[in-house]
Design a protein around this ligand. Structure first.
Ligand SMILES: Cc1cc2nc3c(=O)[nH]c(=O)nc-3n(C[C@H](O)[C@H](O)[C@H](O)COP(=O)(O)OP(=O)(O)OC[C@H]3O[C@@H](n4cnc5c(N)ncnc54)[C@H](O)[C@@H]3O)c2cc1C
Length: 401
């Protein structure tokens, strides 16, 4: 697939301006993913939510078959070999799924655990682990956070000590999405005593090795069907050849990988917010009170119109950012701003949807309650709002320390 370069012909539901141009091939891809979501996901999400788990291998295989993972990665390893604009399309469609937990699990495979491997991994690692992840035959996770270190990545303590040709790894990782089902994890560990952000490496750890175990899965306020695990590494031994990129450059590679993550989260969450607003407007058109549809109240019209405007501005900014990615420009600043704003916006939209559905907004049998609690994660995972503000204030020269 290649971008046609023709003016955008967006499908219904995909609004937003910006200078991103979507052509017929984007529309075709959007249609494929939307149908997959409607056929293979939405009918099952209630059961997955109740089970607190979705069948990751079964589901990822279906996404792998339509080439939804690794769209920008090298075709020699099963990637799509296309530009970033196609990633935007898939992320936006995944963001419209009826349960945020599904979007979360899919996005880890697509844009959080695999970018560093695709960019810096050896041929052998890419053949053995990237390719099967892109076909959906293997499930993967990114394991950075620890109980004592989330926002402050430089303070992680998981350690890999070199013994001959092996790393011997000890530590615990916390909050790991897909952790209970993963076949391999992209692990950030200390490989020297330098401390701080120095001396860390990214290591690909297959989960079927001696000493690796799932300590527990964590019950959460939302994203029920996405398993979130605490992982234990107790004298886990993997070859040093499982290092992704250069030894000692893990922190920098992970920071770059976070950027992919933050953009993907932003594409998904903005599209999800747009859909939530559309569904709320539809509901208010049929729900009557005081002898007329609720939507006839100007107060509701205006607050919803303003929320639509905010989402559209954000999507425009995101498409503009994606265009910069396509041109190979640095978008650290834009990814930070987008992640901050989308975290704030989804909190506001989630609350609005619950409020305007009244009692039904608070009921488990309707969608707004799930949307509000699932989307709440956007402002925390992948770097909390305050961490985005920290990065921005550093970029603005406000805090030199
Ligand atoms: C459902 C879920 C899935 C996750 N999936 C993964 C995963 O797959 N892999 C992974 O590695 N991690 C994952 N995480 C971890 C996530 O990235 C961290 O929770 C997040 O980065 C925040 O870290 P923390 O929880 O340690 O909060 P803390 O670092 O303890 O921060 C707590 C709060 O303090 C505030 N804060 C932090 N720093 C600053 C600052 N400098 N200035 C002002 N305020 C500040 C923020 O409000 C922040 O929310 C997941 C988390 C959740 C909840």
């Amino acid at each position: 697939m290649e971008s046609s370069g023709r003016p955008g012909q967006n499908m219904a539901g995909d609004h937003g301006g910006g200078d991103m141009e979507f052509g017929p091939e984007h529309d075709q891809l959007r249609q494929v993913i939307r149908q997959l979501v409607e056929r293979e996901i939405n009918p099952y999400v209630d059961a997955w939510e109740e089970a607190r788990r979705l069948p990751a291998h079964e589901l990822f295989k279906k996404f792998g078959e339509v080439g939804a993972f690794g769209l920008e990665y090298d075709a020699a390893y099963g990637g799509g070999g296309v530009d970033h604009s196609f990633t935007v399309v898939v992320a936006e469609e995944i963001g419209r799924v009826d349960a945020g937990g599904v979007s979360t699990t899919l996005s880890v495979q697509a844009a959080m655990a695999t970018p560093a491997l695709a960019r810096f991994g050896s041929d052998e690692l890419k053949r053995n682990y990237l390719e099967p992840a892109l076909t959906g035959d293997m499930v993967c996770s990114v394991a950075v956070s620890e109980a004592g270190a989330g926002s402050d990545v430089a303070s992680i303590s998981t350690r890999a000590r070199r013994e001959g040709g092996d790393w011997v790894i000890n530590g615990r990782k916390m909050w790991i999405t897909n952790g209970a089902q993963a076949d391999w994890i992209c692990l950030l560990a200390r490989t020297s005593d330098e401390g701080g952000y120095r001396g860390m490496s990214l290591i690909l750890v297959p989960t079927a090795v001696h000493g690796f175990s799932v300590g527990r899965t964590i019950e959460k306020m939302g994203n029920y069907c996405s398993d979130t695990a605490e992982l234990v590494l107790d004298d886990v031994r993997v070859p040093v050849s499982h290092t992704i990129g250069e030894v000692g450059h893990g922190f920098q590679m992970q920071m770059a990988q976070f950027q992919d993550e933050r953009l993907y989260i932003s594409y998904m969450a903005a599209a999800g917010a747009r859909r939530a607003l559309e569904r709320t407007i539809e509901y208010l058109q049929v729900r009557e009170a005081f002898g007329k549809p609720l939507i006839a109240n100007q107060y509701l019209q205006y607050t919803l119109a303003e929320a639509v405007a905010e989402v559209e501005l954000l999507q425009g900014f995101l498409h503009h950012t994606a265009e910069k990615v396509v041109r190979g420009e640095n978008v650290t600043r834009e990814a930070t701003i987008a992640k901050l704003k989308v975290g704030r916006l989804t909190r506001m939209v989630g609350d609005l949807c619950v409020q305007y559905h009244g009692g039904m907004g608070y009921a488990e049998e309707a969608w707004p309650a799930r949307y509000a609690r699932d989307s709440r994660l956007t402002a925390i995972a992948g770097g909390a709002d305050e961490v985005m503000l920290r990065v921005l204030s550093l970029m603005e020269g406000m805090n030199k320390r």
